[in-house]
Design a protein around this ligand. Structure first.
Ligand code: AMP
Length: 404
């Protein structure tokens, strides 16, 4: 079976999926897995097409001390126990910087350019690149593709790409990049099958997961988004604050004596729903909590989604549809209902029945603007990009590579 391996590596986990390549370049998901607890309590868990468990095992901490060793264990398991030798590997890489507006086949030069972007995504980029480097060293002929969270937004107009700071910083790469681009690209490609006319129009997509942002799509193209230079901006998230006056950062440094590293840690790990509630970063736990601060954190989340939806509707000069996606957007009936209520000034009305059964169309028939739930699939997007770059290569000769 010809397969593609999709890798999404973070600081303490490596998530992976295997897609088989079927006739006419169609892809079918075969395996979903992850190694988490890297450096603490490493575990490999994987399941098959129908969710059937394939592996659930623990490893001693010294055996899986970092992302490359975790990648090696996952690759060894795929090869030795399932007989799978992927033809290519597609990686999620959070930052493509100003230059990459599409996925790219990886070589040493690409890795060097992506390493220069670590400062722009210090929490994600180094971990995304770690398995890339180790695969490049161990399997130099195995095709690898980098797929960027920023690429989908690179076609935006200058005014939505800028900050009002001296131009030299823009030239250096201080720009409003926007993230979750693979998710938005998937939705933009799926929407024409769901609502062909609407897909040509003005759509807000709300990617509400533990990371959260929204994107304004015009004719399937990103024209604005709530995230900026880093994945800290915009909506409040599980542990990130979302939009915050930079004066707060200055206050943390000058009055609280926090170092840049401490501020970074604070903003990425201790704010957002977790910081505000003091209860949890997990929306399910907040919804289940009786604590008034959990309720306040939810109120803030809903309020900010409404506020930023207004901003995006202004960028679009109107609105033809609103789409929910990602963990909260796809699953939380209550949060969706509250957000739609926040949008009622736009003439949006919700069908409680359709919303409670997570239907694809959850607005009422008399709603001025339809509201959809479209489950996202960033991994499929990565697999598709990887396959198309593989097919574009002059002489694909990767059959004999193994990943271990
Ligand atoms: P993601 O990052 O897309 O996996 O989304 C994770 C977020 O989705 C977490 O805050 C979860 O609590 C939230 N989530 C997942 N399922 C539900 C649900 N049924 N109700 C509320 N929140 C959910």
């Amino acid at each position: 079976m010809d397969t593609i391996l999709v890798v999404n590596a973070g600081s303490s986990s490596v998530k992976f999926q295997i897609f088989s390549i079927e006739g006419e370049g169609r892809l079918r998901r075969q395996i979903k897995g992850q190694i988490d607890g890297i450096g603490s309590r490493p575990r490999l868990r994987a399941s098959g097409v129908r969710g059937e468990p394939l592996a659930h095992r623990a490893y001693p901490i010294e055996l899986v001390s970092d992302v490359p060793t975790a990648m090696g264990i996952a690759g060894g398991w795929l090869r030795d126990e399932l007989g799978m030798s992927p033809m290519a590997v597609g990686h999620r890489v959070v930052h493509g910087g100003p230059d990459y507006d599409r996925p790219v086949l990886i070589d040493h030069g690409v890795v060097a350019r992506l390493e220069r972007l670590v400062a722009l995504a210090p929490i994600h980029q180094p971990h995304n690149l770690a398995p890339v480097r180790s695969l490049l060293a161990n399997f130099p002929t195995l095709p690898q593709v980098a797929c960027f969270d920023t690429a989908f937004h690179r076609t935006r107009d200058a005014v939505s790409d800028l900050y009002a700071i001296p131009h030299q910083l823009y030239a250096e790469g201080v720009r409003r990049y926007g993230f979750h681009g693979l998710s938005y690209e998937y939705i933009a490609k799926t929407l024409p099958h769901v609502a062909p006319e609407i897909a040509k129009g003005r759509v807000i997509v709300a990617h509400l997961g533990s990371g959260a942002s929204m994107c304004a799509l015009k004719g399937g193209r990103s024209i604005e988004s709530t995230m900026g230079f880093t994945a800290l901006d915009g909506l409040p998230m599980g542990t990130r604050p979302g939009q915050i006056d930079p004066g707060v950062v200055l206050y943390l440094i000058s009055e609280k004596g926090m170092s840049p590293a401490k501020v970074q840690d604070f903003l990425y790990r201790d704010c957002g729903l977790k910081g505000l509630s003091g209860v949890s970063n997990d929306m399910r736990e907040l919804e289940a909590s009786e604590d008034p601060k959990a309720k306040l954190a939810i109120d803030y989340f809903v309020y900010r989604v409404g506020l930023d939806a207004g901003m995006l509707a202004a960028a679009l000069q109107g609105l033809d549809a609103f789409v929910f996606t990602a963990g909260i957007g796809e699953n939380s009936t209550r949060i969706r209902a509250r957000i739609v209520d926040q949008l009622r000034w736009l003439g949006v009305t919700l069908s409680a029945d359709e919303n409670s059964r997570n239907a694809q169309l959850i607005s009422r028939s008399d709603s001025r603007i339809p509201v959809y739930i479209i489950p996202t699939d960033e991994e499929l997007m990565i697999a598709k990009h990887t396959l198309s770059l593989l097919l574009e290569r002059p002489s694909p000769n990767a059959r004999h590579n193994n990943v271990s």
